[in-house]
Design a binder for this molecule. Structure first.
Ligand SMILES: Nc1nc2c(ncn2[C@@H]2O[C@H](COP(=O)(O)OP(=O)(O)O)[C@@H](O)[C@H]2O)c(=O)[nH]1
Ligand SMILES: [Mg+2]
Length: 311
């Protein structure tokens, strides 16, 4: 790695009260997508944990801000030291703990005021976290989300914000929440998603996505909200095949009523993974190798056209 100062690096901040779930989010993302190294801190009590990973060949760092009272006080007392140069702000709030909402909103408001003033081009995402699949649909939880959006909206005057419902029991919800703010506005994201929608309809595919550098989703189509099932299936796949080679080979296997197709390839300098899930119902034709090769070519053309993806 060439010498880089932290100022060159994309800085992603994960902020929230203690116990909101910040560290679990980072750990889940790392474990699921086999990425990143946490920079070991000399003192175990250090307030900020940093995890470095690659995004399109460049370094990015996730800063996980400890949420204990004394740490929060320190960030807000010396904001220029802790809260400067943040490109992406993810604020995590525990949707299962309504008693913490007021304190959480106050913390957000204080931190946001400083960050926003110093970094006008900041991208803000709010994660309503611990939305575990078994409670996410309950009226009580939905009501909490609606009320919180109104309160965050009042703080985030004239600012676009992304709201995400996340849970460590739905790792893809985390993938999407991290990918969309960073990549969702890129023209290539939309192009790939449109390509997938067309492909999926022609080939009876229920789900497909493309991830880059093992972590970031660069396009998606899904017919049902079955992310968790698809993720579990792809974990089975990795168990079976270990770390796949980046060889553009089409690999597939059947699992729980689906045929999963995975291709790992490289285009320009980007390592990508294409995931496709096709239901094994009688009478549905499998995607042919020819059609898969065709879509790989189209993905490759988009990488060439939009290279470099960032900036
Ligand atoms: N039910 C549920 N518990 C979670 C989730 N994410 C984290 N937790 C739990 O919440 C507690 C606090 O998590 P932690 O990541 O340490 O929070 P942090 O203080 O914000 O870093 C731990 O007991 C986690 O296991 C989630 O999505 N759902
Ligand atoms: Mg933590």
């Amino acid at each position: 790695m060439a010498e880089t100062t932290e100022n060159d690096v994309m800085k992603i901040a994960i902020i929230g009260l203690a116990n909101a779930g910040k560290t679990s989010i980072v750990k889940t993302v790392r474990k699921t997508y086999h990425i990143g190294q946490t920079i070991q801190s000399p003192k175990p009590t250090k307030s900020v944990q940093r995890t470095i990973f690659k995004i399109f060949g460049d370094n990015a760092i996730i800063w996980d801000y400890g949420g204990q009272d004394e740490y929060r006080a320190a960030y807000l007392e010396k904001p220029e030291r802790f809260l400067s140069d943040i490109h992406y702000l993810f604020f995590v709030i525990d949707i299962q703990d309504p008693k913490s909402f007021d304190q959480s909103l106050n913390y957000f408001s204080d931190a946001y005021d400083f960050i926003h003033e110093h970094t006008p081009q900041l991208i803000v995402s709010i994660m309503f976290h611990k939305m575990d699949p078994k409670i996410a649909k309950t009226p009580e939880i939905k009501e909490r989300v609606i009320k919180l959006k109104r309160k965050f909206g009042a703080i985030l005057v004239n600012r676009e914000v992304g709201y995400y419902e996340t849970s460590v029991f739905d790792a893809l919800s985390l993938l999407t929440s991290i990918s969309l703010p960073i990549l969702g506005d890129l023209p290539i994201y939309n192009k790939i998603s449109v390509l997938f929608a067309n492909y999926a309809i022609r080939n009876s595919v229920d789900y497909m996505n493309l991830t880059v550098d093992n972590l970031l989703e660069l396009g998606k189509f899904r017919i049902y909200r079955k992310d968790q099932e698809f993720l579990e299936a792809s974990m089975e796949f990795y168990k079976e095949f270990g770390n796949l080679e980046i060889d553009s080979k089409i690999r597939s296997y059947n699992f729980e009523g689906y045929r999963f197709i995975i291709v790992q390839g490289k285009s320009e300098e980007y390592d990508y993974t294409l995931n496709v899930a096709h239901p094994l119902s009688v009478g549905l034709e499998m995607p042919t190798e020819e059609s898969l090769n065709q879509i790989l070519r189209e993905i490759n053309d988009l990488f060439v056209e939009y290279h470099p993806l960032l900036n």
